[in-house]
Design a protein around this ligand. Sequence first.
Ligand SMILES: C[S@@+](CC[C@H](N)C(=O)[O-])C[C@H]1O[C@@H](n2cnc3c(N)ncnc32)[C@H](O)[C@@H]1O
Length: 263
Amino acid sequence: MVKSAALSPTYAGHASFDYLHDAQNVLEHVKRRSFAALALRGGERVADVGAGTGVDAVALARLVGPTGRVYAVDNDAEFTAAYVTTGVLDAGVYPLHADAQDLPFEDEALDAVRAERLLLHVSNALSAVRQFHRVLKPGGRVVLLESDFASLSVNTSLPHVERVLRSVAVTDALRNGMAGRRLTEYLQDASFRDVSVESFAFSTRDERLARRLLVFDALERSARDAGRLTHAEVFAWREDLRARHDGGRFFASITMHMVTARR
Ligand SMILES: C[S@@+](CC[C@H](N)C(=O)[O-])C[C@H]1O[C@@H](n2cnc3c(N)ncnc32)[C@H](O)[C@@H]1O
């Protein structure tokens, strides 16, 4: 499941189970807010797009009950294949190996669409959001949840390294690192209505957690590949963060935005 990003300058969102389980725990309250915002009723049909481990789809399946239907859509076949052994299928979720930009649903097939930390990794995010609009029934709900990597903030003695990493996050390292701030624009451009926003700050004092959730490895690699940082600078930054962690002085944060709208 862990794909080497060394071959590609851009981190395309391929994730490991461990990483997603970490995220599951620390983002639990945000995820719960997104489930509530979907306002699901028994018997409804919903897709979680960029579903990862499928654990959020399992939560949605509980909300729509046995007469509803939940699709866990992901373009990583290893995730959708794993749903057989991870209990996702047993929960009544339907796995779909597909790209968000080309969803295999009929027009107006669904009552709700949810996507979390997906559009960061999609090169043409607006085309994915237009797909969400196409597959929703009139009045159907969409909930999107994304970070804005330009808001990444790390307490470090090497702020110039932090600045470069934040900069490559939105230019090279991620396909769409500023997805969070663009969500309302995507929804408007895709003709959604009743757009509302809720924002959350994610923060942690744990360097290892930050490294995983805020994809420090991918940012460092991109900065080196782009010639923006030297090996020595990356080494010094890593040492600084590790020392801060060990001394209880590490702190990092990022802003996430959740948008809700109707077709
Ligand atoms: C950071 S993970 C988030 C997973 C899940 N939404 C969660 O919150 O735990 C991003 C997921 O999006 C998937 N993904 C990336 N690009 C995609 C695309 N174009 N179409 C469908 N899935 C995609 C990845 O395979 C990965 O499972």
